[in-house]
Design a binder for this molecule. Structure first.
Ligand code: DC
Length: 219
């Protein structure tokens, strides 16, 4: 296997994917890519343009037309791959409860997923990646040797979201993400599963970094 390398971090909602993917990317000096943010950006765009997120044809048409650009930006010393829409990245807007409720509908549309997977693979242009999502190890980069699947007890995940000031039905979202026909959330073949209900993010990311360093040394 040759560079650029990809660390695929998949898992349930609020299982610590973002926090740990950022810590791992920072420790290794690799580029961080949040694919959930890409789906959220489309859900936000649809809401702004009064496109019904349950209307698969309309959402797929919007996804063909919207003016986007992938870019690698540096924030707080971390290099991050981002999808800009008309030159803007809606960082705060995509985290609202309304967008969280709309996004599973957008993410279940096959044409949307095709478009997103292409953009996600294009992130390799920025170098070695730590990419988080729901189908990175199964679908976006199934050939990578660095696959991780994070999970935690539902009560713990709900507690984490509440601590961030967000109230949402995580069980319902996980069910939608796991039961959809295209690229459902599942444990990728060969992934190291980490249940971090009782772990700190330092411990979880430490496990991932140690495993990656061990495998890199074997290459
Ligand atoms: O990780 P997140 O909560 O920001 O993800 C938002 C939604 O996008 C979530 O409902 C699942 C979906 N998603 C997906 O289907 N595939 C990905 N690779 C990433 C996110």
């Amino acid at each position: 296997m040759k560079e650029p390398f990809v660390i695929a971090i998949d898992g349930t909602s609020a299982s610590g994917k973002s926090t740990n993917a950022r810590l791992v990317a920072r420790a290794l000096g690799w580029v961080y890519a949040d694919t959930g943010a890409m789906y959220r950006t489309l859900a936000w765009y649809c809401r702004n343009h009064r496109i019904e997120v349950q209307d698969a044809r309309a959402v797929a048409a919007a996804c063909r037309k919207w003016k986007t650009k992938l870019a690698c930006v540096e924030t707080d010393g971390l290099r991050v791959a981002r999808l800009f829409i008309e030159g803007y990245f809606p960082e705060k807007e995509i985290r609202t409860a309304e967008v969280s409720a709309a996004v599973p509908h957008v993410a279940a549309i096959p044409k949307v997923r095709e478009w997103m997977v292409k953009r996600q693979r294009e992130c390799l242009q920025f170098g070695n990646l730590v990419m988080e999502g729901r189908d990175i190890g199964t679908n976006v980069f199934p050939e990578t040797d660095f696959k991780f699947y994070l999970d935690a007890k539902l009560e713990e995940r709900s507690r984490r979201r509440a601590a961030d000031g967000v109230r949402e039905n995580l069980a319902a979202r996980d069910q939608r993400d796991s039961q959809r026909a295209v690229a459902p959330l599942m444990i990728p073949l060969g992934a190291k599963v980490i249940n971090n209900s009782n772990l700190t993010s330092g411990q979880t990311s430490g496990l991932i970094i140690a495993e990656v360093r061990k495998r890199l040394a074997e290459k």
